[in-house]
Structures are given as structure tokens and as C-alpha cells.
Design a protein around this ligand. Structure first.
Ligand code: GTP
Length: 368
């Protein structure tokens, strides 16, 4: 059985990080996100995947090309000239789906410990044309909800309900099993959404079923959820099969210096941490990051080559590749710095502010 991984979206909600890195490759614990997606499929015995690409496809192909550990897991690429939407992207992958039988489809931004095999078994035991995996969320008002009956047949979709319309807390987890007939329902070469166009048609024919998973699930589509997913992986909440290390630190860090490292942390190779700096509380540092004297980095993600200068504070935020936080500056409250941006000395960034790639904020120019 093969899968289609949908990774063609622009990832607008995760900008400015996704201006430079496609969402499928943003790192979690220094591993490109796609690595987790491939592990998930391989652990479920899926034999290969078609990557449905459109935005920054070269980076994704290069990442796969560099992996020499795929052991027979075959990967094909279906690249869109224009975004074809989630169903259009699956249709575009059809030429690579030559086996008989159902296919697995998943959004390339989902981190989950769900049991894919049991979703497939459930699908095969029913007369469903498609089976959607569902997961429960605490605040259902931000999502599209899916109402099911006792036989797990999908009854209704409720798009971003107000509190008094909430009848369920189950949402679409972005993992599907589809019969090939579903591909025949999707017109070729045009933009079609599987969630908004194909699934409602299947539901009206009583051929859409659900599989409910209570395992860990999160998508990484926003800065808040990306940061939360990174922290969950660091603290072992995801239940991944790979070895969990509470303190995952490259040897380059000189522990002889007077530095405070508070696990869980992940510190990649080439990082330099200066005297009296504190790094911890579910922090992930990419390669070659520099943390200056007395700086504090807490509950954050720093991508490759990021610098936090002396006395600066980065808390609960995301610092893009090569970005620099100047001396005594404060970056907190889910702020996001784009690649190579500079926050000059003494600035204070807060409340989810986002700085685009390459932008330079002069010293003490913002106190947000
Ligand atoms: P936002 O712009 O922030 O909403 O992100 P997104 O573009 O990734 O959209 P969304 O999160 O709704 O997409 C869910 C999944 O479908 C992601 O893995 C996307 O990469 C993928 N996707 C979205 N649109 C397309 C498309 O037009 N073509 C393909 N091939 N995949 C898509």
C-alpha cells in the first residue's frame, strides 16, 4: 500500500518561517518535519509515498535525495505548477498510484502517534469509499467539526462553530484511507478541496466513515502549534518510537564554562553557549547557534545559525535561520523572526509579532 503526502501548501499561517522553508521541512528537534511523517508511514508498513508538491518543491526533493536510509520505501514526486488544493493534489499523484486497493493520504503537517493500521483495518471492514481519522480537541470552535453516528458513519460537517453550535469535539486529523473510486470523482487539473468538496459528496451518499484516535495529535500549521509540537517531542509526550533523550546535546557545547542547561533540550552541533547563559525549558537549538554571555533562551526554537547576543532574552518564541537578537533585546510572547532578520540592541518584541526575512530593526526602535 502507498500513501500520498500533501505538502504543496504555502503554509501562510507559519510565515515568516515558511517564506524560506516549506512547512514540511521545518525542524523539530533538529529533524526536518518530513522525517517524522516518513517514520509514521513506515512504522505502519506503508511501502512508499507520492509527495504532492507545489511550494518550494526543490528543497523537499533535495531532502529526500540526501536520505540513504529509506530501505526500499519508494518516493515519487507529483509537482503542481499552480496549487490544486488538497483533492487536486491527490489527483495529480494518481499516475504514480499503480497498485490496486486503497491508498492512504495524509497532510504533511500532522504529528501523531495514532495507529494507522487500525484506521486501514476499520476502512477495509466497512463499505466506505473513504475513512477519515478524527481526533478530539479541547477548543473545537477553531476547527471544522465532524459529527458521526454510532456506526461511525459521518453525518455532518460543522465549519468553525460558535459555542452553542458545538455538538462534538471531533475534528478531521488530516489522515485518510481512500478507495480508488474517489480519485475518479476528482476532475483533473483544477483546484479541488477534499475536505470541502469531495467528503461532503461522499457523506451525502453514506459512503464516508470515521476512525477515532485518542493518540497524540497536533498539526504544526501555526507558530503556536509548531512551538507546542517541538516542546511535546522534547518532553516525550508524543510517544514516538525513536529513542527519547531528555538532554540531547552536541559535544561542541563546553560544559566547563559556567552555563546553565535545563533539560529537556536539544542542542545541535556547532552551537556555542557563553558564560552565564541559560538555555532550557524545552528549547531546541539548530546547528551553529550562538548564545551570548548572560543570555536567556527558554521554551523556544532557534533554527540553524541563529544568534542571541549577550544579555538578550528569548522566551516562548521562534528565531528563524541566521536571525540575530541583539544585546539586551527581549523577544517573547510567541514572536517569530524570519530568516536573517536582526532585532537590534534593546528592542522588546512581544504578542506574536512577526518580523519578515532580512528585516533589520535598529537599536531600541520597537517596544511592543
Ligand atoms: P496555510 O496557508 O497556513 O493554511 O497552510 P497550508 O497551505 O499548508 O494549508 P493547510 O494547512 O490547510 O493544508 C493542509 C495540508 O495540505 C498541508 O500539508 C499542505 O501542504 C497541503 N496542501 C494545501 N494546499 C495544497 C495544494 O494546493 N496542493 C498540495 N499538493 N497540497 C496542498
Amino acid at each position: 500500500m502507498r500513501a500520498v503526502i500533501l505538502v504543496g501548501g504555502l503554509g501562510t499561517r507559519l510565515r515568516p518561517i515558511t517564506y524560506d522553508i516549506p512547512k514540511a521541512l521545518v525542524p523539530i528537534r533538529n529533524k526536518p518535519f518530513m522525517g517524522y511523517t516518513l517514520d509514521f508511514l513506515r512504522e505502519a508498513g506503508i511501502e512508499g509515498a507520492v509527495l504532492s508538491l507545489g511550494y518550494l518543491p526543490d528543497q523537499i526533493q533535495e531532502y529526500i535525495g540526501e536520505r540513504d536510509d529509506l530501505d526500499g520505501f519508494t518516493v515519487d514526486y507529483a509537482v503542481e505548477d499552480e496549487p490544486l488544493g488538497t483533492a487536486g493534489g491527490i489527483k495529480n499523484a494518481e499516475r504514480f498510484l499503480t497498485d490496486d486497493g486503497p491508498i492512504v493520504v495524509l497532510n504533511g503537517d500532522v504529528l501523531t502517534g495514532m495507529n494507522l493500521r487500525s484506521a486501514i483495518e476499520r476502512h477495509e471492514a466497512s463499505d466506505a469509499l473513504a475513512t477519515i481519522s478524527l481526533t478530539s480537541v479541547e477548543d473545537p470552535t477553531a476547527y471544522g467539526l465532524v459529527e458521526v453516528d454510532h456506526d461511525m458513519m459521518v453525518r455532518r460537517f460543522i465549519e468553525k462553530p460558535s459555542l452553542d453550535e458545538v455538538t462534538t469535539n471531533l475534528i478531521n486529523a488530516g489522515v485518510y484511507v481512500l478507495e480508488r473510486e474517489v480519485l475518479d470523482m476528482i476532475p483533473e487539473g483544477c483546484e479541488v478541496s477534499i475536505e470541502r468538496e469531495v467528503f461532503p459528496r461522499l457523506q451525502s451518499r453514506n459512503r464516508l466513515y470515521a476512525h477515532v484516535s485518542s493518540s497524540y495529535w497536533r498539526d504544526i500549521g501555526t507558530p503556536r502549534s509548531y512551538l507546542a509540537a517541538s516542546q511535546d517531542v522534547l518532553s516525550g509526550a508524543v510517544g514516538l518510537h525513536e529513542d527519547f533523550k531528555y538532554m540531547d546535546m552536541a559535544e561542541s557545547v563546553d560544559m566547563e564554562k559556567n552555563v546553565r542547561i535545563l533539560p529537556p533540550v536539544s542542542i545541535s552541533s556547532g552551537c556555542e553557549i557563553s558564560q552565564l547563559a541559560t538555555v532550557g525549558g524545552r528549547v531546541s537549538l539548530g546547528k551553529n547557534c550562538r548564545i551570548g554571555e548572560g543570555a536567556l533562551v527558554e521554551g523556544s526554537i532557534l533554527l540553524d545559525g541563529a544568534t542571541v547576543e549577550a544579555g538578550a532574552v528569548v522566551r516562548g518564541s521562534i528565531v528563524g535561520p541566521g536571525a540575530r537578537v541583539g544585546q539586551n533585546a527581549i523577544v517573547r510572547g510567541l514572536s517569530v523572526l524570519g530568516a536573517r532578520s536582526v532585532v537590534g540592541e534593546g528592542n522588546v518584541l512581544d504578542q506574536g509579532i512577526r518580523i519578515n526575512p532580512g528585516v533589520v530593526l535598529g537599536p531600541r526602535s520597537v517596544s511592543f
